[in-house]
Design a protein around this ligand. Structure first.
Ligand code: SF4
Length: 241
């Protein structure tokens, strides 16, 4: 199981000590400031129900936000409370979430996750996780089949206000181009490395603004480097620009 790095009063507990790491942290801080000026400061808005966040994240795997939001809306319309999904057939759930793609796999994962939560706790409620340490929450969520490091990290940051740095496909791409992480760094490993670069109080804002930048400017196929506000800090631009 991949270790998620947790932070304590600012930077990661196992701080990086080298000068190179100091430079990277300063660079990340500057990027954070510029992106905040460009896209605005994102205040923490916690999701009310960690199960909602968990299910939404499962639905978001390998599809666009538009499709996964549509699938989530359809699911909530069909089952306004998760209790109503108890004992539902995977085929029926798959038919409802079809707009989100990989419907059968995702239906199995969602039903499996709900089963696990109910079996372990006696009810469909994850609010108890809020009183556990981040490490304990990570280990608990990791026992749910199909719930990987990114999903756990998203649940913890977005619904439990815990200091983790989820890395999705946009953050992974942009961080590599900027040189904040190595070109071969895996997405999972990137969660650890990004968590070391900015203080935990900035995770939420930095996370959302990098995604926004990845969607609007640092696109996967054709990055729009000529209009990029952080091009002078970008390794990709300095070598290819
Ligand atoms: S300069 Fe280009 S590659 Fe670098 S962050 Fe900006 S858009 Fe992405």
């Amino acid at each position: 199981m991949l270790r998620i790095v947790f932070v304590h009063a600012g930077f990661s507990v196992d701080r990086m000590a080298s000068g190179h790491s100091g430079k990277l942290r300063r660079k990340a801080g500057e990027i954070d400031r510029i992106l905040t000026r460009t896209y605005g400061r994102k205040e923490v808005e916690l999701d009310d129900d960690p199960i909602d966040t968990l299910v939404e994240t499962i639905l978001s795997q390998n599809t666009t936000d538009v499709n996964s939001h549509k699938a989530f809306r359809e699911l909530k319309r069909a089952y306004p409370s998760w209790n109503r999904m108890k004992g539902e057939s995977p085929a029926k759930v798959a038919a409802i979430i079809r707009p989100g793609g990989l419907a059968k796999i995702k239906a199995d994962r969602i039903l499996g996750a709900l089963d696990f939560i109910e079996r372990e706790t006696g009810k469909l409620d994850l609010s108890f996780l809020g009183s556990m340490s981040p490490g304990e929450v990570d280990a608990w969520l990791a026992r749910i089949k199909g719930v990987g490091p990114k999903t756990r990290s998203i649940v913890m940051l977005f619904s439990l206000d815990m200091p983790t740095f989820p890395v999705d496909t946009h953050i992974h791409r942009v961080a590599k181009r900027l040189g904040l992480i190595g070109s071969r760094t895996s997405r999972e490993k990137a969660q650890e490395e990004m968590a070391r670069l900015v203080p935990s109080t900035k995770f939420y804002n930095f996370h959302i603004n990098i995604i926004e930048h990845g969607r609007a400017v640092c696109k996967a196929r054709k990055p729009r480097c000529t209009v990029c506000s952080i091009s002078r800090l970008c390794d990709y631009y300095s070598t290819k620009g």
